[in-house]
Structures are given as C-alpha cells and as structure tokens.
Design a protein around this ligand. Structure first.
Ligand SMILES: Cc1cc2nc3c(=O)[nH]c(=O)nc-3n(C[C@H](O)[C@H](O)[C@H](O)COP(=O)(O)OP(=O)(O)OC[C@H]3O[C@@H](n4cnc5c(N)ncnc54)[C@H](O)[C@@H]3O)c2cc1C
Length: 468
C-alpha cells in the first residue's frame, strides 16, 4: 500500500466509519479522487470510496480529519493583520449588527440581507467575476433528490434570486470541479465547515487558491438532511416526493424575527405558509435531522471566512420582523467596502463587541463549547475516535440538567432519521410523531423551571441590577 492509499484508508476508518462526514465533497473535487459524494438513505450527503488511487492526500482537505490544519491556524495564515482575536468570533477587524438599507436585500433575505449584498457588492466593484452559492436546483424533486444545490451566478440579479437560507444538505465537489475548469475570480458562500474545507483545498491546490478570492461564511447552528423539508411539508398535507418548493425563512410582519414562517409548495399547486412554532417539533434546539458531524464541530461563526453573516438574536433587534444581521469582518478590503457603504448610508450597522456577537448565538456556543467538551469526554470514556477539536474533553462542563439535555439531543438526532423513514414506509406521519413525542416531552421538561428555581433566579438578577 502506498502513502496516499494509507491516508485514504485512515480517513475512511476514522471520519467515515465514525459517522463524522458532513458530505461537503472536498475529498471528491480533484481528478482521480478516492471518494465521491452522494445522498445516503437518510438524505444526508456522505463520501464513499471509489476505486481510484488518488494523486493527493484527501485527509488534508477534510474538515473533520485528524490531518487537517485547524481553524486557528488557518485564520492566522489568512488574517495576520486582524487586530482582534476572540475565543468566539476568532480573528476579526470589526463586528456589527444591522441591515441593508438600499434595494430589496433585506426584504428578500433571511435576516438583514447582508449575505446577498456583500456578494453583489463584490461583483459591482469588479473584485470577483462569479459567485458560488446555494440556489434552487430546478432539476430536483423532493424526497431523496436535492431541491437545492451549489451553483454559479454571474450577475447581481442572479445573486439576488438565490437569497435565503437553505436548511438543506449541499455538497461542493461538482461546483468546485467546474471552478477548476473555468478560469475567473470567485466568491463562495458556505457554512463554517464548508469554508474550512475550501481553505484546506486552496492550501492543497494552486488553481483553486488563485480562483477563490473571497469566502462569505454563514453562522451555523447545524445542517439538516433532506428529510427536514419533507417533515415540514408533510405536516401541511404534502407527502414526501410531492414537495416542489420550500422557503425556510418567510418573514411574518406581525411577529418577531425569530418567529418566522415556512412556506411549502406542492407539485399539485397546494401552498401554505405556517409559523415555525406551529409545526410539530419546529424548535431548532431539538436538533432533528441533524448530521452527527455537527455535534463534533466547534466553529459557530465561520472563523476562516473573510466575512460572516448571521441572525442578530439580541434583545435590541429581536422584535424587528424584517430581520437583522450580525456581521463579523475579517478581511481588511471587505471592511473598507463596508465602511464606504456605511458612510453613504447604504447600510445601517451598529458596532458590536465580540461578547454581543457571542450572546446572539448563546445556544449555539453552549452546544459547541460546554456541550462538545461533555460529548468528547463521553467518547473518550467509550474509547471512540473523534475529530480533533479546539475544545478539551470535560466531564464536568455541564450541570446535571444540561447533561440530560445533551443526551436527549443526541437521541433526538439519531431517532429523527430512522423515525421519519419508518413513517415514509408506513405512509403515516403519525408514526414519526409517536416515536419523537416522548423524547420531546422529556426535553421540554428539562427547560421548564420549578417555581423555586424561578424565584431564586429572579432574586439574584434583581440583586445584581441593584449593585450596578
Ligand atoms: C444550515 C444553516 C444553519 C444556520 N444556522 C444559523 C444559526 O444558528 N444562527 C444564525 O444566526 N444564523 C444561522 N444561519 C444563517 C442565517 O440563516 C442566514 O442565512 C444569514 O443570517 C444570512 O442572511 P442574509 O439575509 O444576510 O442573507 P441572504 O440575502 O438571505 O443570502 C443568503 C446567502 O446564503 C446562501 N445560502 C443559503 N443556504 C446556504 C447553504 N446551506 N450553504 C451555503 N450557502 C447558502 C444563499 O444562496 C445566499 O447567497 C444558518 C444558515 C444555514 C444555511
């Protein structure tokens, strides 16, 4: 066995065998790739071995492999002049909360429209020729076939048409293979682990390094399987296989931003917009249909992206139904673009501290810091391999209640995938509901506070306020 085959086997025996593949496709981009990606039975992209003997080491480009350079080292290489380095935001020039004033970016976007705006601004300024982002895949159907995929846009109009968050699996091998064939300067949007994978690919491949000139990161809670879309649609009377389109983020004018709606459109023309909270198990924190890899990730804010955009889940913005972004800027040139647009009043942004940004993603950080420390400790006890993380294993990182919550999240993640398949096979959504309901009841109970605990908290916070 030669050296490269050794690396392939090691990657297959650790990341793939352990279930830590996020299906990004980084290992399948180059010619003679040792892996290909495809949807598995649960609607998650996963890498699979091919017969090829690769001419490169795929372990160095997999964001979850032990051979990959970590986010700190990548950010140090990419943003050496960033004045701030923070345990949550990573290296950065500035952080903001706000939205796009000009055009329809805010109305069309999931949050404040900054995601599409920055991509359009890069095109308008001639800094990139093309944008790689996730758009509806017109050839797709629902159940088992992708409805959204990475594609390339060349005009502002095309970029704008691709706005909105897709809580849906995607992979990059096909689009990045196209980038290797078609010269140009590209910007790419992605979730934290996808951006890390692109940075690792750029380190390994001079062609991609020259062509991908900007990475826009999305804040990430976790990635869902294709079944999440079907799970929502089925509750609106659209069966798996009959879903034509889904908008995961519809702004409801009379509700706070977090209480957004979901729009589903069936192949028969049936259409419904329903508030997220009115779905069975619509709560994001349950972690239904989540990839296992997401439970072994410590990058919430895409620390290797030139700029990251997310939702500003902060008190001062929360009630605004039109949506507000948090924005973390790491690249000096991009910061200059933003400062210019701010002074021309094309954007409305307030300066935020790193602690505000971290607070806006408090749940995500608890899951990916203390929660991850606890999961890593559990894996170590069971002598299971886990991807190397910047968080150390710690069996005491969580209170008893949170330990229970983390355990339930893990069970809900795993059970949601199988329960949905059982419901599809039995052609009865209630089968899925019956399997998940007891777990959800236990989970909700953990968050319900006893009156004594509530009173104690109230007294402590009143005493704190009096001291200020
Ligand atoms: C799976 C997922 C989980 C997320 N979790 C959180 C979270 O926990 N907390 C938080 O604050 N924000 C989270 N976000 C980000 C948030 O939903 C918004 O996407 C973000 O605030 C940008 O909104 P916008 O209005 O600025 O961008 P828009 O103008 O709506 O533009 C969004 C851009 O992102 C691209 N895009 C959409 N989906 C994907 C995808 N899956 N992969 C790559 N590119 C994509 C679109 O093509 C578009 O170009 C998540 C997004 C996704 C896709």
């Amino acid at each position: 066995m030669n050296g490269q085959e050794n690396h392939v086997t090691r990657l297959a025996d650790t990341v793939l065998a352990g279930g830590y593949c996020i299906g990004c496709g980084a290992c399948a981009v180059m010619e003679k790739a040792a892996f290909e990606v495809g949807l598995d039975a649960y609607g998650c992209y996963q890498a699979r071995r091919t017969d090829a003997t690769p001419s490169y080491d795929p372990a160095t480009v997999c964001p979850f492999s032990a051979q990959a350079v970590d986010e700190n080292r990548l950010a140090e290489e990419l943003f050496p002049d960033a004045p701030f380095a923070d345990a949550f935001c990573g290296r950065h020039h500035a952080a903001y909360g706000g939205y796009v004033v000009e055009g329809e970016y805010r109305a069309n976007g999931s949050s404040g429209g900054m995601g599409s705006w920055i991509l359009c601004e890069l095109l308008r300024e001639g800094l990139v020729d093309r944008v790689i982002h996730v758009k509806p895949d017109v050839s797709g159907t629902s159940h088992g076939h992708p409805m959204f995929a990475y594609g390339i846009s060349e005009t502002v109009e095309e970029v704008v048409a691709g706005a909105k968050s897709r809580y849906y699996p995607v992979e990059m091998s096909r689009v990045l293979a196209r980038v290797r064939e078609e010269p140009g300067r590209y910007a790419l949007v992605g979730l934290p682990c996808f951006i890390k994978a692109v940075r690792l690919l750029c380190r390994a491949d001079p062609v991609l390094r020259e062509r991908i000139v900007c990475c826009v990161g999305l804040v990430c809670g976790h990635l869902k399987s294709t079944c999440f879309a079907d799970f929502l649609a089925w509750q609106c009377g659209i069966r798996p296989g009959a879903l034509r389109d889904i908008d995961f983020r519809v702004k409801l004018p009379d509700r706070p931003a977090g209480e957004y709606g979901v729009q589903v459109v069936g192949r028969d023309g049936r259409e419904e917009v329903r508030a997220r909270r009115d779905f069975f198990a619509g709560e994001w924190g349950y972690g239904l249909f989540k990839y296992k890899a997401c439970d072994y990730c410590d990058d919430v804010l895409a620390e290797t992206a030139d700029i990251t955009v997310g939702d500003a889940w902060l008190g001062r913005y929360r009630d605004e139904p039109r949506g507000t972004n948090i924005v973390i800027v790491r690249h000096r040139g991009i910061h200059d673009l933003i400062v210019r647009a701010l002074s021309a009043r094309r954007l409305q942004l307030d300066m935020l501290g790193a602690e505000d940004v971290a607070r806006s993603q408090a749940g995500g950080f608890r899951h990916r810091r203390e929660g991850l420390a606890f999961r890593l400790h559990g894996a170590r006890q069971e002598q299971r391999w886990t991807p190397p993380k910047r968080v150390a294993p710690d069996g005491h990182a969580l209170s008893r209640t949170y330990r229970r919550i983390m355990g339930l999240r893990r069970t809900l993640r795993a059970r949601s995938h199988t329960a949905f398949q059982e419901a599809v096979r039995g052609q009865d959504f209630d089968l899925c509901k019956q399997a998940l309901r007891p777990l959800i009841r236990d989970y909700d109970r953990c968050y319900r506070m006893s009156p004594i605990k509530w009173l104690k908290r109230k007294l402590v916070s009143m005493a704190r306020r009096r001291r200020m």
